[in-house]
Structure formats: C-alpha cells, structure tokens
Design a protein around this ligand. Structure first.
Ligand SMILES: Cc1cc2nc3c(=O)[nH]c(=O)nc-3n(C[C@H](O)[C@H](O)[C@H](O)COP(=O)(O)OP(=O)(O)OC[C@H]3O[C@@H](n4cnc5c(N)ncnc54)[C@H](O)[C@@H]3O)c2cc1C
Length: 440
C-alpha cells in the first residue's frame, strides 16, 4: 500500500480524453464536484493535436462525424462555434489493381478494370445463399454478402490489415454500422457504373477551419475544475473503492467513471476474476506516421481525403491527406499526410518502429509515387496501443460480465475503450453523458 498522502473525493473521472472531459463537464453542470485524473501531461487522449513547425498533426486522422447533433455547436459542453468549422463531403478511395476506385468499393465496382469487374460479378452471382442464420464470422459475412472475389481482392485484406487479426476470429457484428452493408440494389447499381448515394455514417464530416481536431478538446476542457494531469492510475482496490496512483496517492471514490481501456482497467484491479476475464479481451494497435512535406501534393490528391490500401505487401492500411481536408493544418506552401499501420498488440513492443517500420513506410510512399522523400521535412510518429477492439464471438459476454462486476464497486466505464467497442467520437461523448445521467 502506498505511503503517500490520502485524500477523499466522491467522484473520480479516469482519463482526460473527450469521454472523460464530457463526463466531468456533465457532472459539473449538475453541481457535482469531481476529480479528473489523466496520465499524460496534456488532455485530449486520441483527439489531441500537436503543432510541429509548419504543421499541425492530429494523433492520426480524426474527423467529426455527427449523427445525433446537427453541427459542432450542438455538441453538449464543448462551447463550439459553427463558423470555426467546415463541413466536408468525404472523398475517400480504394487503391486496387493499380487504380483508385471510389469508396465504398462494394457500391462502385464499375470503376474496376474490366477483367476484375467480371470476376467480381461472377463471384457475386455465385455467392452463398442466405440461410436466415447469422454468418458465424466476419469473414463469412463478407463472402456471403459480396462474393469471394471482392472479399479476397479488397474487403478481407483491408480489414485484416486495419484490425491486425484474421477475420475468422471476429464475429459478424465486428464493425456494425461502420461497414457498408450487402445491399443488392446498391451493389448492382455500382456494377452498372450508376453508383447510388448511400446513407453512410461518414459521407460527410466536420473539421476545424484552422488547426486540428484538438479544437474539440479545447472546447470541452475550457473552464473545467478539478483536473490533474500526470496522474497514472496504477492500482484499483475495488472492494475498498480506492485508486492508487503512480505518484503514491490513494484516492477514494463513491462513483468512478473510467475511459481507460477496459482490458487495462481489469489488469490494474485487485479482483483476480476480473484480471483473468480481461485477459481474454483483444485489440489491435495502430502506428500513425504523420508526415510534413514541402510543396504541394500531387494534383490528383488535392481532392482526396484518404486512401484505403489493401495490398498486403504495402505496410500501411490507410493514407490520409490532412492538407487536402483543411488548408488550416499547415502553413502555405506545405502539405501534410498520415500513413497508418496496423500491428497486433502482441507484436507492438518488438516492432522497431523507428528503425524498421518507418523506413518501410517512407520507401513505399516513394515507390507508389505518392510523396517524394527529398521533400519530407518532418515525421511525427504516434503509437495508439489500443486502436481497434476485437469483436470476437466472446466479446459481448465478457464485456457484460466485466461491466456488471465493476458496477458493484461504483465503477462505470465510458467511451470507445472503456466500453470496449468500435465507436466514433460522438458516440464516446454520448456514452459519457448517458453514464452520468444514469448513475447520478
Ligand atoms: C486509427 C483511429 C482513427 C480514428 N478516427 C476517428 C474519426 O475519424 N472519427 C471519429 O469519430 N472517431 C475516430 N476514432 C475513434 C476515437 O479516437 C475515439 O472514439 C475517441 O478518441 C475516444 O475517446 P476517449 O476519451 O473515450 O478515449 P481516449 O482518447 O483513448 O482517452 C482515454 C484517456 O485515458 C488516459 N489513460 C489511459 N490509461 C490511464 C491511466 N492508467 N491513468 C490515467 N489516465 C489514463 C489516456 O491517456 C487518455 O487520455 C479513431 C480511432 C482510431 C484508433
């Protein structure tokens, strides 16, 4: 047990990303004092923006997709002004067979080279019949929905590279509304080259006119009391409702809202059953290479926001262009991009990111002709240890069991990682508001 100071606080919020900040703001608005603890020196979690010389990089590309709220000004507790944000119509493409095909590829097959198109159509027509039962794995869901050829050409390698796991190990509910569904009308229209506008969750998004997505963090943290940074939660004594920090403090809670990854929360708890259940949760890591470039991008990329890259011989699964999304992300005469690499969490610590991965990423970008190395002025690497949680067949029952056990000790997880789900920033903030409303 620590020999540090001891203090009593009724409500603790763990983690200073947008979920924790929203929870703290919601609590304050209800007249409840709380203490927010964040392990890093700065707030924002994955929604931080860093300024480096002429460039402004997000942790990795982060775009505000709103389903519940009309515009940024509608987001509770953030105090945002719509005039500071631009509404952007998404332009994303898939790099397949040496050409760019509009995303989602499943509704734009007519843009494939003729030989690839006819194979896709043949295998779409021969796809396994619907049996009425849910496909057992995410891989089966894809093959049943779109046919084996498109599955092997794009849908399986793209998702396996992103989530760093075989799709055989994921359930068919793995990505839910984020995956354009097997809608035959839309697929057939795309085959005829008459792509219909589909209602997708990210067909447009909001982004600050100047700077990066960190504007959301600034808004949420403005005027917030009771925030302490550099506070790592190291051990959770659940029966005694006491949190021990790396600096030796012990802090009691009556209610604790946690946005730290659920697996980590289980690991630092003193309940053996939680620790062993948490062991079964799995996730991928993402390494994001944020690259500052002198001069303009290739003209064809000026209107592209991001490119999906399924080819397994290329290290990254996605490349995005900050400066095509917002001119306010770098000074005039410069451009900025990010390349994301999926790594299995078990391999992250041995990945030799700077010595091994970075040279491969830069060499691939050069080989593809997407940037010229001699024009790179900086590379900022961000490691997202917990990036995509894996919706394995057991994920739902494991998470339900963990949440029920934690609730016995007044602990309520919030956010994408707290709730161990695949969700957006808006969902994460909403989960914090719902948790505060439900439990107070
Ligand atoms: C590659 C990638 C791209 C994404 N792109 C988008 C996008 O374009 N649009 C979108 O809507 N969403 C996107 N997301 C999802 C988005 O990042 C999350 O929904 C959101 O950041 C979740 O916020 P959070 O506050 O719940 O978690 P986090 O941002 O992870 O915050 C958790 C906080 O807890 C702190 N913490 C962790 N452990 C401890 C500890 N032991 N003690 C104290 N503090 C601790 C962390 O430092 C962190 O600040 C993306 C995610 C990934 C991985």
């Amino acid at each position: 047990m620590s020999n540090g100071s001891s203090s009593a606080k009724k409500i603790i919020v763990l983690g200073g990303g947008i979920s924790g900040l929203t929870a703290a703001k919601a609590l304050e608005s209800l007249g409840q004092d709380c203490l927010l603890l964040e392990q890093c020196p700065t707030l924002g979690g994955l929604t931080r923006t860093v300024e480096v010389g002429d460039f402004c990089f997000d942790y990795t590309g982060h775009f505000l997709h709103l389903c519940r709220h009309k515009s940024p000004a509608d987001i509770p507790y953030a105090g945002l002004k719509d005039e500071d944000w631009q509404k952007v119509s998404r332009r994303s493409v898939c790099f397949v067979s040496g050409r760019m095909v509009d995303a989602p590829i499943q509704y734009n097959l007519g843009q494939l080279p003729p030989s690839e198109l006819s194979e896709c159509v043949k295998s779409y027509d021969e796809r396994p019949a619907h049996t009425g039962s849910e496909p057992p794995t995410f891989r089966d869901f894809i093959i049943r929905g779109f046919g084996k050829y498109l599955a092997d050409l794009f849908l399986i390698p793209q998702n396996e590279k992103t989530m760093a796991i075989s799709l055989d190990q994921l359930s068919s509910r793995a990505v839910r509304r984020f995956f354009p569904p097997p809608n035959e009308v839309l697929v057939r229209a795309g085959i005829r080259g008459e792509a219909l506008a589909a209602a997708e969750y990210n067909s447009f998004f909001w982004y600050p006119k100047s700077g990066g997505i960190g504007a959301l963090v600034k808004g949420l943290s403005a005027g917030l009391n009771g925030v302490r940074t550099n506070q790592v939660a190291k051990m959770m004594d659940l029966p005694n409702r006491t949190l021990h920090t790396a600096t030796g403090e012990s802090i009691r809670w009556d209610t604790l809202f946690s946005s730290v990854p659920l697996k980590l929360l289980c690991q630092i708890s003193n309940i053996p059953e939680l620790r062993s259940t948490g062991e079964e949760l799995s996730h991928s890591s993402t390494v994001s290479f944020n690259i500052g470039v002198q001069g303009n991008l290739r003209p064809e990329f000026e209107n592209v926001h991001w490119i999906y890259v399924p080819d397994r011989s290329i290290p990254f699964y996605r490349v995005g262009f900050y400066s095509s999304i917002s001119k306010g992300t770098c000074t005039p005469g410069n451009s900025s991009i990010y390349a994301e690499v999926g790594v299995s969490s078990e391999c992250l610590d041995s990945a030799e990111i700077v010595q091994n991965l970075q040279p491969k990423v830069l060499a691939s970008l050069e080989e593809l002709g997407w940037i010229e190395s001699r024009r790179i002025t900086c590379v900022v690497v961000h490691v997202i240890r917990c990036a995509y949680v894996h919706h394995t067949e057991r994920r739902d029952s494991l998470v339900d069991r963990i949440l029920a056990r934690l609730a016995e000790f007044g602990v309520h997880p919030i956010g994408r990682y707290g709730l161990w789900d695949y969700t957006s920033m808006e969902d994460s903030m909403q989960s914090a508001i719902s948790a505060v409303q439900n439990f107070l």
